[in-house]
Design a protein around this ligand. Structure first.
Ligand SMILES: c1cc(-c2cnc[nH]2)ccn1
Length: 251
């Protein structure tokens, strides 16, 4: 068993939604290795009534229901008694800080995360004001709730935890840690329906292959995500490659 690197407590109304993504592949292996512990906590278990409701009508009137603060505060009390104060208490919501690789790396440094999956028209504001430490959005679209965003965050964060990815994958991680888009990948056969693999990849010339791949990453990033290029950590070699690419485009 590996040393426990991360505990993730997920507060949700639909724990059953998480069966699947966390019971397969890399996250499953990380849990089996004891590197990551993921606990699904049903907010309804902290309901204030025997009907297990956790929402109520909005003060000030209006349509829809609001998720009550009480059950969420009491679920946090329960988590604290079991495991002490979490490093972050994250509310998944459209108004949150946009999630990206940088945020994933920041969260991966924590030992204990709590993710709150909201529902209904909204959550009592006292949760955002007095309970959570971070609000995170996975993009500018409204979903049925915070569960899918929670799965995205857990996936992106857990894969950064030491030991979760295999040696080769984590080595690859290093090469893309500089924020460029990936170079194209090919595997057998050398030709498929007339589509051939680039000759350089068949040459066995490792230095040429490395340069070709780096050039492809820079070209792809320039073409599709110039914003990433502006933020990427480029080497002197990269700048020379980009200069030659731009010269070629001009000619
Ligand atoms: C995070 C949460 C959400 C969301 C939560 N509830 C409805 N949409 C959307 C995007 N990122």
């Amino acid at each position: 068993m590996g040393e426990l690197e991360m505990v993730v407590d997920i507060l949700t109304l639909f724990p059953e939604m998480f069966a699947g993504p966390f019971d397969a592949s890399i996250i499953k292996r990380a849990r089996e290795k004891g590197l990551v512990e993921i606990n699904l906590i049903n907010i309804r278990d902290f309901s204030w009534n025997k009907h297990r409701t956790v929402d109520d009508t909005p003060y000030g009137g209006g349509v829809g229901m609001v998720m009550a603060a009480g059950p969420l505060f009491e679920a946090m009390d329960w988590i604290r008694t079991r495991r002490g104060d979490p490093g972050r208490i994250i509310l998944l919501c459209p108004a949150g800080r946009l999630f990206n690789q940088e945020v994933a790396a920041e969260l991966a440094r924590e030992k204990h995360l709590v993710l709150i999956c909201g529902h209904y028209e909204g959550i009592d504001e006292r949760v955002a004001e007095h309970l959570v430490t971070d609000e995170i959005s996975i993009g500018d679209y409204v979903l049925t709730g915070g569960e899918l965003p929670a799965m995205v965050v857990v996936d992106a964060v857990c894969r950064l935890i030491p030991g979760v990815l295999g040696e080769s994958a984590s080595a690859q991680e290093e090469s893309f840690a500089d924020g460029l888009l990936e170079y194209p990948h090919y595997t057998r056969p050398r030709e498929y329906r007339g589509y051939r693999v680039p000759e350089v990849l068949l040459s066995g010339h490792h230095e040429k292959i490395r340069l070709w791949r780096r050039r492809q990453s820079l070209l792809r990033t320039l073409a599709s995500r110039p914003d990433l290029l502006a933020r990427a950590s480029l080497t002197e070699e990269d700048r020379k490659i980009l200069t030659s690419v731009l010269e070629e485009l001009k000619s």
